[in-house]
Design a protein around this ligand. Structure first.
Ligand code: ADP
Length: 408
C-alpha cells in the first residue's frame, strides 16, 4: 500500500511510474531490512544510486531532487501511518523509520553538497586561471604598448634633435623633410592610441554604428587607392575580383567596416613577402555577403588562429614588434584583428581565418573570411527609405522619384 500511494503521489502523470514503483519496492525492502537489523547503512546503496542519477547539471545548479523526494516520502509515510494505523502502531512505526530517513537525508545531502562543492571549486579554479592569464596579458600589454609608443617617440625626438643641431650650427634647415619625418611619428602615435581607444570601446560595448548604404566594391576600391603605393613598393600583385555580391547594397557603418577590412588587408600586406599575391574575392550567401581576403604569406599556425582575434593575441611574438604598418612582418600592438572582429560582431557578422600553418620558407598563405550581414531593413528608418530608392531605378519607377522629391 505504501508503495502504491507513494508511487502515485510522487510520480503523478509520469511515464516513469512503473520503473519508479520498482525502485520504491527496493527502497521499502531495504527500509524493512534496516529496521529489522537496526543498521541504516542498508540504505546506502539505493540512496547513492538515486543521488547519482540526478544529473550533474541539476546538482551544480542547486536542484536537489533526491533530498526533495526523501522529504516528500517522510511526509507521505506519516500521513499514511495516521490514516491506516492505530495511534500506538503509528508511533511505533515512525519511531522505527524516522531515524532511518534522517540517516538517508544525511547521506544524500552529503553527496549532493560534495558534487556542488566540487563544481564550485572547479569554477573557481577556472576563474583563477583566467585571472593569471589576464594578469600576464596586462603586463605583456604594458611592455608591448611601451615599446610601440616608444618607437615613434624616438623618431620624433630624433628629428627634433636633428633640427636643433642644424639650427645651433647655423646650417640651413630643410624644414619640410624634418617636419614630414616628425609627422610620420605623430601619425603612428595617433594610430596606436586610436586603436587602444577602439578596443576599449568594443570591450565596453560603446561602439556606436552609423548605418549607411555601402557596397563592398566601393570600400575595397577606396582602400586600394590608399595602399596602391605600398603594393607597388613591396612588388605585390593584388587581384580584386568582381564577385557576385560585391555590388550588393549593405546597410553598414562604412567607416568602421572599412577599418575592419583595412586591418585585414594591411596584415595580408605585412605578412606576405615581396613579390607575393593578395586576392580579394567573395560570394553571396543567404543573409550575408562573404568577403574573402587571401594572401600568399607566411601563414598562421593552427594554435595561433583563434588567439589572433583576441586582444594582444600575438604578444608572445615580441620579435615581430617592429612598429611598421606595412613592412614585411612588421608586428603592431596586436589590436588590428580584435578591432576587426569587434566591428564585425557589432554589425552581426563574423570573421575567421584559414591557414595551412606558419612557414616562412614555403609561405602557405592565409585566407580571412568576413561575413557581412545583408540587412533588409536598416536599424535607422531614414536609411531604410534611402535603401528602397537605391534598389529601384528612378527612371523605371516614377513613384520612387516623387518620393525622393517629397523627402528632399
Ligand atoms: P598586429 O598586426 O598589430 O600585430 P593584428 O591583430 O592585426 O595585430 O594581428 C595579430 C597577429 O596575427 C599578427 O601579429 C600576425 O602574427 C598574425 N597575422 C594576422 N594576419 C596575418 C596574415 N595575413 N598572415 C600571417 N599572419 C597574420
Amino acid at each position: 500500500m505504501w508503495i502504491t500511494r507513494v508511487g502515485q503521489e510522487l510520480a503523478r502523470g509520469m511515464e516513469v511510474r512503473a520503473g519508479f514503483e520498482e525502485q520504491l519496492e527496493r527502497f521499502f525492502d531495504l527500509l524493512e531490512q534496516s529496521v529489522t537489523t537496526g543498521d541504516p547503512a542498508w540504505m546506502d546503496a539505493i540512496l547513492l544510486d538515486w543521488a547519482k542519477s540526478s544529473t550533474e547539471t541539476d546538482l551544480e545548479e542547486g536542484l536537489y531532487h533526491v533530498s526533495f523526494l526523501l522529504n516528500r516520502m517522510i511526509a507521505l509515510t506519516i500521513q499514511i501511518a495516521r490514516e491506516v494505523l492505530t495511534k500506538q502502531q503509528a508511533i511505533d512505526l515512525l519511531a522505527a523509520v524516522i531515524p532511518i530517513y534522517t540517516y538517508g537525508l544525511g547521506v544524500v545531502a552529503r553527496y549532493e553538497m560534495e558534487t556542488r562543492v566540487a563544481h564550485i571549486s572547479n569554477e573557481m579554479e577556472k576563474v583563477q586561471k583566467q585571472m593569471v592569464r589576464v594578469d600576464k596579458s596586462k603586463s605583456a600589454f604594458i611592455s608591448v604598448a611601451a615599446h610601440e609608443l616608444k618607437t615613434p617617440i624616438t623618431l620624433i625626438e630624433g628629428y627634433a634633435s636633428m633640427m636643433d643641431d642644424l639650427m645651433q650650427q647655423g646650417k640651413a634647415v630643410n624644414l619640410e623633410s624634418l617636419l614630414a619625418g616628425m609627422a610620420t611619428g605623430i601619425d603612428r602615435l595617433r594610430a596606436i592610441v586610436d586603436d587602444m581607444i577602439d578596443v576599449s570601446m568594443i570591450d565596453n560595448d560603446l561602439l556606436k554604428l552609423n548605418y549607411q548604404p555601402m557596397q563592398v566594391s566601393q570600400m575595397v576600391e577606396a582602400i586600394y587607392l590608399e595602399i596602391e603605393p605600398i603594393i607597388h613598393n613591396r612588388k605585390l600583385n593584388m587581384e580584386i575580383k568582381d564577385f557576385e555580391g560585391s555590388k550588393q547594397w549593405l546597410s553598414i557603418d562604412a567607416a568602421r567596416m572599412m577599418q575592419a577590412l583595412r586591418n585585414v588587408i594591411n596584415n595580408a600586406i605585412k605578412f606576405t613577402p615581396d613579390g607575393g599575391k593578395l586576392t580579394i574575392d567573395g560570394r553571396i550567401l543567404p543573409g550575408f555577403v562573404e568577403v574573402i581576403i587571401a594572401d600568399t604569406g607566411i601563414g598562421i599556425s593552427a594554435e595561433d588562429q583563434a588567439g589572433i582575434f583576441e586582444k594582444f593575441g600575438q604578444l608572445g611574438r615580441v620579435d615581430l614588434h617592429s612598429s611598421g604598418k606595412t613592412k614585411f612582418k612588421g608586428g603592431g600592438p596586436g589590436l588590428g584583428l580584435p578591432i576587426a572582429k569587434g566591428i564585425l560582431e557589432a554589425h552581426g557578422g563574423s570573421i575567421w581565418v584559414e591557414s595551412a600553418g606558419y612557414d616562412e620558407k614555403n609561405c602557405p598563405g592565409s585566407t580571412f573570411h568576413i561575413l557581412i550581414p545583408v540587412r533588409t531593413e536598416s536599424p535607422d528608418p531614414g536609411m531604410t527609405k534611402l535603401f528602397d530608392k537605391l534598389d529601384k531605378k528612378p527612371t523605371e519607377t516614377p513613384a520612387a522619384e516623387s518620393d525622393l522629391k517629397t523627402d528632399a
